[in-house]
Design a protein around this ligand. Structure first.
Ligand code: HH2
Length: 299
């Protein structure tokens, strides 16, 4: 395997700033901490359903070095059912308000529902994580109007059905093409390229083989010119490889994916175990030759 240094497009300035916040990528990859205010998330379901516990955990993640805290009020694990916008708002808004009062770390809202995103931004959130990549175009208008970054994630199907025999002819090509199309659509709403994160959606309508292909080729997503966010944390394919049934036992498996993503030039990793993964990215970032002007891309 030959290593080839490739210049990444100049849209990738080291600092992304928007009203109220900034993310500094000068040292490389950053960590986004997961905060699920849900009774049923696949890994931390029920742990932070209580608002006070959620806020406490969010603040701990900030203290542990999270650059972003991603708050969600609906589990999208395989087989999950949708949660109404009203209920999501009831779950996340008090947590977002408290976090924004107590920390400077930007809070992202993990939702594909426009009403939830709007309420979260009003409560102080500064970023949108849309796992359906603008399936509701009002999300694009909202992100553009409020000048906040947006994550556009790929998913085949819906959480209720996505793991029933997902199929692709060329998973890497198809997922990348979809994301570039959605990023272009976001651009048409007036969202600047720097504010768009693309995410291959590990585990969302993908078999383990698909997930591994996407991760092996994550450099192709990085080279596409948008910032890349990846969420592998504690996911099932890691348990399958390591034989770890319990999601909390998948931390070292997660660490392998996080280190390799950072080395490939991924901008943000979305994780549950913030303290551990902050150490992983700190070391991985130091091992990237000549980062950030160049990343090593496998040919
Ligand atoms: N994964 C999950 C949820 N949101 N968002 C992005 N952008 N990328 C991801 O990979 C991603 C995501 C699933 O993980 P989790 O939030 O821990 O579980 P649940 O959906 O059960 O709450």
């Amino acid at each position: 395997m030959q290593n080839k240094k490739v210049k990444i497009e100049s849209c990738r300035s080291n600092v992304v700033s928007w009203p109220g916040w900034r993310l500094d990528f000068s040292d490389g990859c950053l960590v986004m901490g997961v905060l699920n205010v849900t009774p049923d998330s696949f890994s931390d379901g029920g742990e932070f359903f209580d608002s006070d516990k959620a806020v406490e955990h969010g603040l701990k993640m900030a203290a542990d070095g999270a650059a972003i805290i991603d708050v969600g009020g609906e589990s999208t694990r395989p087989g999950s059912d949708p949660v109404s916008a009203d209920e999501q708002i009831r779950r996340v808004v008090p947590v977002i308000e408290a976090l924004c009062e107590k920390t400077d770390v930007p809070v992202s809202i993990d939702t594909y529902k426009f009403e939830v995103a709007r309420a979260a931004l009003e409560a102080g959130a500064g970023m949108i994580n849309d796992i359906t990549a603008l399936s509701d175009e009002r999300m694009g208008e909202l992100a553009a109007e409020r000048q906040v970054p947006i994550v556009l994630m790929h998913m085949q199907g819906t959480p209720a059905t996505m793991q029933i025999e997902p199929e692709y002819d060329d998973v890497v090509g198809e997922v990348l093409e979809f994301l570039l199309g959605r990023a272009k659509r976001a651009g048409k709403f007036g969202i600047s390229k720097d504010m768009i994160f693309i995410d291959p959606g590990i585990g969302f309508g993908k078999t383990s083989k698909h997930n591994l292909s996407l991760l092996r080729n994550i450099d192709k997503f990085v080279a596409a010119g948008y910032r890349v966010l990846v969420g592998t944390s504690r996911k099932r394919f890691i348990g399958k490889i390591t034989g770890k049934e319990k999601s909390a036992e998948r931390i070292f498996g997660t660490a392998a994916t996080v280190a390799l993503c950072a080395a490939a030039g991924v901008s943000v990793v979305r994780v549950h175990d913030v303290a551990e993964m902050v150490d992983v990215v700190k070391v991985a970032n130091k091992l990237i030759p000549d980062f950030p002007d160049e990343v090593v891309q496998r040919k």
